[in-house]
Design a protein around this ligand. Structure first.
Ligand code: PLP
Length: 383
C-alpha cells in the first residue's frame, strides 16, 4: 500500500532513495541504454519551462520561439528549410513522420530494411500501413538491389521508404545517398530515422570520411528524426524535421477550444521544457561542442572495441558511431551475471551479441572498469 499522508520533504526524500537504488549513469552502470545523464544546466532549463505548453503558443510565445529556433538550427544542420517540431522521443517523431507521409501520398505500404527500429513497426501497426522489409547483407547493411526491387514492386502504393542513420544494434549509417542514386527510376519519398545518429554522424567526418549523406540535400528525403535525449538532453527530447511547410501542416489538428484554433503534433499539451533544454544545449554546445562530443564518443568506442579484441572477444563491426556490439558465448548467462554486477549492457537482435552504447557518461575509466568485470565474468563462467 502507498502511504498517502507524507509531507513534500518526506516524499522527496523517499524519491531520492528510490532513484539512488536504480542504476546510475555516473557510476558507469548504465552501458546499453541510449539515454544519458543530462548536465544539470539542461535539467534546470527544462525545469524553468516545465509548466509551459508548446501547443499553446499564443499564451507561451517565448516557449514557442525556443522551439522554432531549435528546429531552425537542427534543420540547418541537415540542409533543410526550418520546418518540423520538437517531440517526446524518436518513436513519436517516427510515428508522426509516417502519419504525415501517409497523408501526403495516400500510400499504404512502407518499405524498409530489416534494421528499422521497432517504432517503425509500431507506426505501421497504428497507421494501418503495410511494412515490407528488405534483407540485410552479411555486413548488416541494406541490400540496395533488393530494396530497389521492393520499391519498384510497390511504387504505386508506397507511403515512404525508411532508412536509418545509426541503427539500434550496430550504429550503422545506412547509405541513403547510394539508394537514391542507384534506385532512380521510381518515385518515392524517404523518411530517415536518425534518432541515434543525427547528432553524431554530421560531426565525425574527420574520423569517418566516408559517412553516407542522408539529409535534405537528397531530394527524396522528406523527413528526418533526430533525438537530443540520446546524446545530451534530459528525456524526453527529440525533433522531427520536415522538408516543407505543407508537410508540417499535415500535423496540425483543429482544436477550437485553443486560442490558436489548432494544435501541432500528435500530442495535446506538450511540455515547453523540451524546447528550453534543447535550446540551452544548442546555445552552449553549438557546432563545435557537438563535434567535440561526437568525436570523443567515437574515439572512446574505438578504444572499447580494441580492448575487447585484446581480450579475445569478437567485435561484430568496427564502430562507425559509438555503439560497440560483440559476441559472447552463452549470452543469457553472461548478461545475467553482468546485470548481477550492475553492468547493464543490452542484447541485440543479432544472435549471441551484446551491445554497449558509449554515451557521454561512458568515460575511459568506465570502459576500463567494464573490461575488467567482463574478463572476470568470462573466466568465472568458463565461456
Ligand atoms: C534508430 C532508433 N530510432 C528510434 C528509436 C526510438 O527512440 P525513443 O526510445 O526515444 O522513442 C530508437 C531507440 O533506441 C532508435 O535506436
Amino acid at each position: 500500500m502507498i502511504n498517502t499522508s507524507l509531507k513534500p520533504d518526506e516524499v522527496l526524500e523517499e524519491l531520492r532513495r528510490l532513484r539512488l537504488s536504480d542504476p546510475s549513469y555516473l557510476d558507469g552502470e548504465v552501458l546499453g541504454s541510449m539515454s544519458t545523464e543530462a548536465p544539470q544546466y539542461l535539467v534546470k532549463a527544462y525545469e524553468l519551462f516545465i509548466n509551459t505548453n508548446l501547443n499553446d503558443p499564443k499564451l507561451f510565445k517565448n516557449t514557442y520561439m525556443l522551439e522554432r529556433e531549435c528546429i531552425s538550427w537542427l534543420s540547418n544542420l541537415f540542409h533543410g528549410s526550418g520546418y518540423g517540431f520538437l517531440t517526446y522521443g524518436g518513436s513519436e517523431s517516427n510515428i508522426t513522420a509516417l502519419y504525415i507521409l501517409r497523408e501526403y501520398t495516400g500510400g499504404e505500404v512502407v518499405v524498409a530494411p530489416a534494421s528499422a527500429h521497432v517504432s517503425i513497426r509500431k507506426a505501421c501497426k497504428l497507421l494501418k500501413l503495410r511494412l515490407v522489409e528488405s534483407p540485410l547483407n552479411d555486413r548488416f547493411t541494406p541490400d540496395i538491389n533488393a530494396l530497389c526491387d521492393l520499391i519498384a514492386k510497390h511504387e504505386a502504393k508506397l507511403a515512404c521508404v525508411v532508412m536509418t542513420a545509426g541503427t539500434t544494434d550496430l550504429g550503422i549509417v545506412e547509405p541513403v545517398d547510394r539508394l537514391i542514386s542507384s534506385c532512380c527510376d521510381f518515385r518515392y519519398l524517404v523518411h530517415v530515422d536518425a534518432a541515434y545518429g543525427g547528432l553524431i554522424a554530421p560531426f565525425i567526418n574527420d574520423l569517418s570520411p566516408n559517412m553516407p549523406v542522408f539529409d535534405f540535400r537528397l531530394s527524396n528525403v522528406c523527413s528526418i528524426t533526430v533525438d537530443l535525449h540520446k546524446v545530451v538532453a534530459p528525456i524526453p527530447c527529440s525533433a522531427l524535421l520536415l522538408r516543407s511547410k505543407d508537410l508540417e501542416e499535415l500535423a496540425y489538428f483543429n482544436a477550437p477550444y485553443m486560442p490558436l484554433g489548432f494544435q501541432r503534433t500528435l500530442l495535446g499539451t506538450r511540455c515547453g521544457g523540451i524546447a528550453a533544454a534543447a535550446w540551452a544545449a544548442i546555445k552552449v554546445l553549438g557546432i563545435n561542442g557537438f563535434k567535440e562530443l561526437a568525436m570523443d564518443l567515437v574515439r572512446r568506442a574505438r578504444y572499447l572495441s580494441s580492448k575487447l579484441r585484446a581480450l579475445g572477444v569478437e567485435v561484430i563491426k568496427d564502430p562507425e558511431l559509438p555503439i560497440v556490439t560483440f559476441k559472447v558465448p552463452n549470452r543469457e548467462l553472461v548478461l545475467n551475471r553482468l546485470w548481477d554486477l550492475r553492468k547493464y549492457v543490452y542484447p541485440t537482435s543479432i544472435p549471441s551479441t551484446i551491445r554497449v552504447v558509449v554515451g557521454p557518461h561512458v568515460t575511459y575509466r568506465v570502459i576500463d572498469d567494464f573490461i575488467e568485470v567482463l574478463a572476470n565474468v568470462l573466466r568465472e563462467l568458463g565461456v
